[in-house]
Design a protein around this ligand. Structure first.
Ligand code: CUA
Length: 306
């Protein structure tokens, strides 16, 4: 029993004209949106992929790394640049905090893109056309993709994925003719010779080692945090790093060290041993790189002088 009972038979009172009108408008809107839900699927041509495969982060990383290594034609700010054949399978890997590789695509040609994440959830957003897809780890999303307009497209991450989220910007360029490559500074790109197949590691010159090191730098994703232009936002820049005096924290104590082969080797294999002062909040993960690749990276770092 309520404290104040409504008048007897209140619910027989007629609904006012205004209220009826709004109910009709709301109902019509609901029905229209419902119909459009189906229409967008049929005519929208922006449906997310319905083809997915189960994969593991390790497997997909391996696949994409092998793909990039084979098809890489150059690097752009430490990100490998790949020019895939039309109608081929293309692998795109999202990781904290980069998209790899940069793609050079041909207008009006179809590509089959496999997209997955190495770590957490990322958002694959192609701008300015505003196409958005979620990128999960352990799922291989297959996106049939046919660019119909030439130009430069940015791939923006639109799922918050950690401290470097705002820096996670990738690139796709769509060209109509070969001259268009000049617009992006890619005109001299061509496939790098596979030094490994022709020479033994011990017979490589310093320059060749450094070239391979640059490839490792791009392939393994070092470039996501370590820049070579002198800026140190997430991690110390590699420019002028070799031979530099660096303040690091070891076992809670601040010490001064000199950056040499041994220090770089240790930093890659055991990143938490000595942490550069100022970068405590962006701990470096352990990357699977071989001793040979570490030597190549060191050779590359040595070339990055101030
Ligand atoms: Cu990746 Cu935000």
């Amino acid at each position: 029993m309520s404290l104040l009972s409504p008048a007897e038979g209140w619910y027989y009172k007629k609904v006012s004209k205004d209220e009826k009108m709004w109910m009709v408008i709301a109902l019509v809107l609901c029905i229209m949106l419902f119909i459009w839900m189906v229409m967008w699927h049929v005519y929208g041509r922006q449906n997310p992929s319905s083809t997915t495969y189960k994969t593991s982060t390790a497997e997909f990383s391996k696949l994409s790394e092998a793909y990039i290594k084979q098809n890489m034609v150059g690097t752009d700010k430490g990100i490998p640049v790949v020019r895939p054949q039309p109608n081929s399978d293309v692998f795109i890997l999202a990781e904290m905090w980069r998209w790899s590789p940069v793609l050079i695509l041909q207008k009006d040609q179809a590509y089959k893109m496999h997209i997955s994440s190495r770590d957490v959830l990322h958002g694959f957003s192609i701008q300015p056309v505003n196409m958005n897809f979620q990128v999960y780890p352990q799922y291989d999303y297959v996106l049939e993709f046919k660019p119909t307009e030439a130009g430069e497209y940015k791939v923006i991450c639109n799922e918050f994925c950690g401290i470097g989220h705002h820096t996670m910007i990738g690139k796709m360029v769509v060209i109509e003719k070969e001259e268009d490559l000049k617009l992006y500074g890619y005109e001299n790109f061509k496939k790098a010779p596979d030094l490994k197949s022709t020479k033994k590691p011990e017979s490589l010159s310093e320059t060749e080692m450094a070239l391979q090191g640059e490839q490792v730098y791009a392939l393994k994703g070092c470039a996501a945090c370590h820049k070579t232009d002198g800026t140190s936002q997430l991690a110390p820049t590699w420019k002028g790093l070799y031979g530099k005096e660096e303040k690091v924290t070891e076992n809670g104590k601040a010490v001064s060290i000199k950056v040499d082969d041994a220090y770089i080797k240790e930093s890659i294999k055991n990143p938490q041993q000595k942490i550069t002062v100022g970068f405590e909040n962006t701990p470096m993960p352990v990357f699977p790189v071989s001793d040979e690749e570490i030597d190549q990276l060191i050779a590359y770092i040595k070339t990055l002088k101030n």
